[in-house]
Ligand binder design. Structure first.
Ligand code: ARG
Length: 468
């Protein structure tokens, strides 16, 4: 293969070099194809930096003004689609700086004083992720709102609760949906917590050791809305923990969505038929005309793999990196952007699908009648009549065995039949053998009794509203 040299633009770092860059190297090292999306943050950071340079007298205020206007102009050009990104200029930082200098001349060349792309990119990505964390919180809260709305009509709806995917005990459907809401509330907390560690400012750390210019880091910090400047320049340019934390919080959200999707897929299946998902949120089969598939839930479930994979990629990327900045870090962008995009799209479509779900209450109710879901209630009834729990468990076990052979639910056994297993059983036993009796009895904080679920729903709605 013949060696090809880049014929193009002068590299801002070209002074030390006598040979042009090999084109393979140019293609391999560029990041503009994926970091151009940081243009807003890059421009915002540069404007703050130049204002600060003017304040400390390193550039004049006229120069700072030229820089600011020039950068805002570039932002408009990018947004109007009139900006041509160049691979030869490697990344978003050098593309914008080169264009600025083309446009405003000498002042543009002063912008990079007291700064390196190392602290610049760390600042850009923090600004970007701060916004992403806020946006994700809003999306999760929209989903929560839709879930709570859905739950508000289902407090009295009974379905079987499962353990081991076997019918366990009857529960309120709203209680089930509120369990999903609990997962999402923790997800919001995790995102908000991660935001605290995103929101510190590396600018001023320069390449790794800081700079000989008397930068006012508090000023740039305030202009950019960061909580505080980073404390150590070496750590500041190399730290990507905040991306790992975001990817980790995002992975947990996706894991939660995937669990909800799994249930939605089961519930929509012919064997369960607990729900119908709106036509607008399903797709059909190209061969089987009868099919209506829960593809949204399946794709979201599938996408959880990507997001969890991105977390893995970021952890391995950082592992073994010596201080301070290494070019490896350029590889953080694609996984983290993919994480933000995938999480955003999944939350949006999942939240939109929720109101389209219709519950088949009767089918759920009938399913709860099967599987001896009130057996525990019978045992607890016996305990209230002074039978030790282990003996009660044994008695009910035999009763269930008998009922299965008779092909009857417990509530259809006669009092005589029941008494043949436990002579102390009285007529009031039928109150606890019904589904309603069973759920009503779980009347404590955190339990599934409709009165408690109603309280829980009100409390969850209040927490969501005070968050917003
Ligand atoms: N594109 C680079 C990145 O994403 C910017 C920093 C490059 N710094 C350097 N010294 N080459 O990390």
């Amino acid at each position: 293969m013949t060696t090809q040299h880049s014929a193009g633009k002068k590299k801002p770092w070209g002074g030390r070099f006598t040979e042009p860059t090999n084109t393979l190297v140019e293609a391999f090292t560029e990041s503009i194809s994926f970091d151009a999306r940081l243009y807003r943050q890059d421009i915002e950071g540069s404007i703050a930096h130049s204002k600060m340079l003017a304040k400390i007298g390193v550039i004049s205020s006229d120069e700072a003004k030229l820089i600011e206007d020039g950068l805002l102009n570039i932002r408009d050009q990018i947004e109007a689609g009139n900006f041509e990104w160049s691979t030869e200029l490697e990344d978003v930082h050098m593309n914008i700086e080169a264009r600025l200098t083309d446009a405003i001349g000498e002042a543009g060349k002063k912008l990079h004083t007291g700064r390196s792309r190392n602290d610049q990119v760390a600042t850009d990505i923090r600004l970007y992720m701060r916004q992403a964390a806020d946006d994700v919180v809003t999306l999760i809260q929209t989903l929560q709102k839709n879930l709570l709305d859905l739950a508000s009509n289902e407090v009295e709806t009974i379905l079987p609760g499962f353990t081991h995917l076997q019918v366990a005990q009857p529960i309120s459907l709203a209680h089930h949906l509120l369990a999903w809401n609990e997962m999402l509330e923790r997800d919001v907390e995790r995102m908000q917590d991660c935001r605290k560690r995103i929101n510190v400012m590396p600018l001023g750390s320069a390449a790794l050791a800081g700079t000989s210019f008397p930068l006012d880091r508090n000023m740039t910090c305030e202009l950019l809305g960061f909580e505080r400047p980073t404390r150590n320049s070496l750590d500041a340019v190399s730290d990507r923990d905040f991306l790992i934390e975001f990817a980790s919080a995002a992975s947990v959200v996706m894991m939660h969505l995937s669990r909800m999707c799994e249930e939605i897929i089961l519930w929509a299946s012919e064997s369960y038929k607990f729900i119908d998902i709106g036509d607008a949120f399903c797709t059909g089969s190209s061969i089987m005309p009868q099919k209506k598939n829960p593809d949204i839930a399946e794709i979201v479930r599938g996408k959880s793999g990507r997001v969890i994979g991105n977390l893995q990629a970021l952890l391995v990327l950082m592992k073994s990196q010596p201080l301070a900045y290494n070019r490896d870090n350029q590889e953080d962008k694609e996984p983290i952007f993919d994480t933000v995009d995938t999480l955003t799209a999944s939350l949006q479509v999942f939240a939109a699908m929720i109101p389209s779900i219709a519950f088949n209450r009767e089918t759920m109710h009938n399913a709860a009648l099967k599987g001896y879901a009130t057996a525990t209630d019978l045992a607890e009834y016996l305990v209230r009549l002074n039978v030790p729990f282990r003996d009660a468990h044994e008695i009910v076990g035999s009763t269930v065995h008998y009922a299965i052979k008779q092909g009857k639910p417990l509530s259809e056994l006669s009092l005589k039949e029941l008494q043949s297993f436990g002579s102390m059983i009285q007529n009031d036993v039928y109150d606890v053998l019904t589904l309603e009796g069973s759920v009503n009895a779980r009347d404590h904080f955190g339990g599934t009794a409709p009165s408690r679920v109603k309280e829980a729903l009100t409390a969850a709605t209040q927490r969501l509203n005070t968050e917003n």
